[in-house]
Design a protein around this ligand. Structure first.
Ligand SMILES: CC(C)(COP(=O)(O)OP(=O)(O)OC[C@H]1O[C@@H](n2cnc3c(N)ncnc32)[C@H](O)[C@@H]1OP(=O)(O)O)[C@@H](O)C(=O)NCCC(=O)NCCS
Length: 175
């Protein structure tokens, strides 16, 4: 398969986001609600680009089709956590294990490390999501702990791992 093309998400991707994140093989890995609304995604994606917002949401395209998405999101309103952002990642089932997730991660981590001044990236992942955990470890994320019975998934309360990556080479001010 051809290498994916990475670009910023736009409001017109709303239908693709609803389809990707609502896919029955993708949804169980996420904390999204079932039956995603295209209109809600349109508003959210437009809002991400509003002045003063610091979300960075990227998509991976193959042959003009969105086949994956990844985002960095602020973790809270307090100025004392401005150095931290949370990460989300999804790839369409037909394109998994073809490097899409890795390509999105390279792009997001380059933006975080070299352009946005993010020093800590954090995420939660279901404890049995071995593929995602393996990918995150490859990119320098470490397990910080377990949130027990964190979320309801298909009728059961399931643990998630808290993982995080600290900037490996934090930029320094010139001396
Ligand atoms: C997890 C996910 C994002 C991985 O994306 P991907 O495009 O398949 O990942 P890549 O092809 O770039 O794989 C990179 C590496 O991650 C690891 N990996 C990815 N999927 C794996 C799997 N199912 N089993 C084991 N290792 C896996 C491997 O080390 C892989 O390298 P390799 O293929 O050379 O062995 C994708 O499976 C997905 O979207 N799943 C559903 C949603 C989800 O769970 N998102 C994460 C929420 S926290």
């Amino acid at each position: 398969m051809s290498p994916p093309v990475i670009r910023r998400a736009r409001a017109s991707d709303a239908e693709a986001f609803a389809a990707l994140l609502g896919d029955p093989q993708v949804l169980p890995g996420l904390l999204q609600l079932p039956y995603p609304s295209i209109e809600a995604w349109r508003v959210r994606l437009a809002d991400n680009d509003a002045p003063g917002r610091s979300d960075l949401v990227l998509v991976a395209e193959r042959d003009g089709q969105v086949v994956g998405s990844a985002g960095l999101h602020p973790v809270g309103a307090t100025q004392r956590r401005r150095h931290a952002m949370s990460l989300g990642l999804s790839v369409a089932p037909a394109h998994q294990r073809t490097g899409v997730g890795s390509t999105l991660m390279h792009a997001l981590l380059d933006a975080a490390d070299n352009w946005l001044g993010v020093l800590r990236i954090e995420l939660t992942v279901f404890g049995d999501n071995d593929g995602a955990i393996a990918l995150y470890r490859k990119f320098g994320f470490e397990v910080e702990g377990t949130h027990r019975a964190y979320a309801l998934r298909a009728g059961s309360y399931v643990d998630v791992l808290a993982m995080a990556r600290l900037h490996p080479r934090p930029p320094q001010l010139p001396s």
